[in-house]
Design a protein around this ligand. Structure first.
Ligand SMILES: C[S@@+](CC[C@H](N)C(=O)[O-])C[C@H]1O[C@@H](n2cnc3c(N)ncnc32)[C@H](O)[C@@H]1O
Length: 506
């Protein structure tokens, strides 16, 4: 990929970005940084990159300029019901426990008639780094599904981000099918109105539950030490920060949580080195952090990966999750190894002291390329994303993930037949790829092709034979076997009902 900036320039910019915004750009992401800086330069009105870099390295940016730069340098990728096992933990375990304990507090309050006790039937949740709103709206939907008399509760869902453009989109609450790419079908059908042109609008009842505000996690102080939040979601945000900043921010998040509050980070961000104050708690397919359950608020900050143990939950235990502190194994962290290596490769220090001599960016891996392709698609550059995907396929014809990615982009562009052709190519390369068959089955359903969707779903169920419910599927961004089976069974039931009504359909 042709870069506009030299290694030395990129290195210097990285230092500035790390110190004023906390963002960390390892060499593997320099190609993306280079591209993003070029688009930022255009928005700031610079004709050439040299002038822009000189200005960036010498200017003190004001708040508005910082927000513009952040909008170009941060990644806004998100979608509804991301990492569904986290939402299962929320609806099946955390919220019921919270409701029970808050209900008990209310009874105690009435009994003591202590109006000033500050206790109320309230739940406060913060989505920190909410991007375009899919996460906080998913949280609102989860609450709406779980709490029977929701009108009796005082619910706050605060959603913050540094990127004002993302927040504008969030406040509009209108989304394309791309935002639903991994969500269960009931979510779209029950909580959105279909507008023209494949757009879906969140229903007012859910929309009014969320308050959006512009806030930088690097500069936050207003919410710190308030200790009022019951749950904080801060997912897929901190992975872009220097370790130094993650430590500071995680302490601020800790201070913002109530006594037994929960911090939810994404599965690839789990790290006891970075969140030493918290106690990890196992749920089926997910590990969440808790503040001080059972007096462990002051847990040792020096736990290392070697001493960690994760205990997989037995089916019996999954049915009734034990909310006592869990422990980790190194083995269980294998899936997150690339991220951990990235951080540990920094030798414990994230500050850049000396420009490197002879920095040679490594060849981009398929994962990096997929990341760049998805990034373009997420930002709405579908044809650019498609052409990058096609170019990548031309140079690497044997990576099924590329064909599946191309199918998702084509699907988003409304080109269903081409999407199907691409999926079939991916499946031809790897006939055992469960996600390929699963996406194909869903696509056939959308096209009303019942016969083919049944065939694809049967392939999925056959391939899943022998898998455990809690197993996570490769290439699925965290979907569990149980979740896939449930979706297929629900789809099949709907199809059977439709067939009874209309026995002559395909
Ligand atoms: C990849 S999105 C994650 C969205 C959502 N949490 C999820 O997991 O789907 C990361 C978000 O973090 C935001 N972000 C990055 N740096 C930030 C900062 N310093 N303060 C607040 N938000 C920030 C970005 O603007 C972006 O919207």
């Amino acid at each position: 990929m042709n870069r506009k900036l030299t290694d030395i320039e990129l290195y210097a910019v990285c230092e500035v970005i790390a110190s004023c915004m906390g963002l960390h750009f390892p060499v593997e992401r320099w190609a993306i940084l280079d591209r993003n800086l070029a688009s930022a330069a255009r928005e700031f009105g610079f004709q050439n990159m040299g002038g822009f870099i000189q200005w960036l390295l010498s200017a003190t940016l004001n708040k508005e300029q910082m927000e513009i730069l952040a909008a170009h340098l941060t990644i806004s990728e998100t979608y509804f019901w991301r990492e569904p096992q986290v939402f299962t933990a929320l609806t099946d375990f955390i919220l019921p426990e919270l409701i029970r304990s808050k209900g008990k507090e209310k009874v105690e309050e009435l009994a003591t008639k202590s109006r000033l006790s500050g206790r109320e039937r309230s739940i406060r949740i913060w989505s920190a780094g909410c991007s375009t709103g899919e996460e906080p709206y998913s949280i609102a939907i989860a609450l709406h599904k779980t709490i029977k008399k929701i009108e009796d509760w005082n619910i706050t869902i605060l959603a913050t981000d540094i990127n004002p453009k993302a927040l504008d989109k969030a406040e509009h609450g209108i989304y394309s099918t791309w935002s639903f790419r991994n969500s269960p079908s009931w979510l779209k059908s029950s909580y959105f109105h279909h507008k023209e042109d494949r757009q879906y609008e969140i229903i007012p009842e859910i929309k009014k539950m969320v308050t959006f505000t512009c806030l930088s996690l690097v500069e936050m102080s207003a919410l710190s030490n308030a200790s009022t939040m019951d749950i904080i979601f801060c997912r897929n945000v901190l992975m872009y920060f220097t370790n130094e900043w993650v430590n500071k921010i995680s302490q601020n998040l800790f201070n913002s949580l109530s006594e037994e509050g929960w911090l939810i980070v994404s599965s690839c961000e789990l790290s006891s080195n970075l969140f030493p104050q918290f106690t990890p708690v196992n749920f089926p397919g997910a590990v969440l952090y808790r503040k001080g359950k059972n007096g462990s608020v002051h847990s040792s900050p020096s736990i290392s990966y070697e001493t960690e143990r994760i205990q997989p939950l037995s089916a019996e235990a999954s049915a009734k999750v034990d909310l006592t502190p869990s422990t980790f194994t190194r083995h269980s962290l294998v899936a997150y190894a690339p991220k951990l290596q990235q951080r540990s490769g920094e030798g414990g220090s994230s500050t850049l002291h000396q420009p490197p001599t002879n920095v040679k960016p490594p060849e981009e891996s398929i994962t990096d390329k997929l990341f760049a392709i998805r990034l373009l698609a997420d930002q709405g550059f579908l044809s650019e994303s498609l052409s990058l995907c096609n170019k990548t396929i031309a140079s690497d014809k044997l990576a099924p993930g590329l064909y599946f990615m191309r199918a998702s982009i084509l699907q988003e562009m409304g080109k269903s037949s081409e999407a199907i052709a691409s999926l079939r190519q991916g499946i031809y390369i790897n006939p055992d790829n469960v996600m390929g068959h699963f996406i194909l089955g869903n696509l056939f359903i959308r096209m009303g092709n019942t016969k083919n969707s049944k065939r694809s779903f049967k392939n999925v169920l056959d391939l899943l034979n022998g898998s455990e419910d809690d197993d996570i599927l490769p290439d699925s961004e965290g979907l569990s076997v149980k979740y896939i089976r449930e979706i297929i069974h629900a789809n099949m039931q709907t199809q059977q009902r439709n067939e009874k009504r209309n026995p002559y359909q395909t």
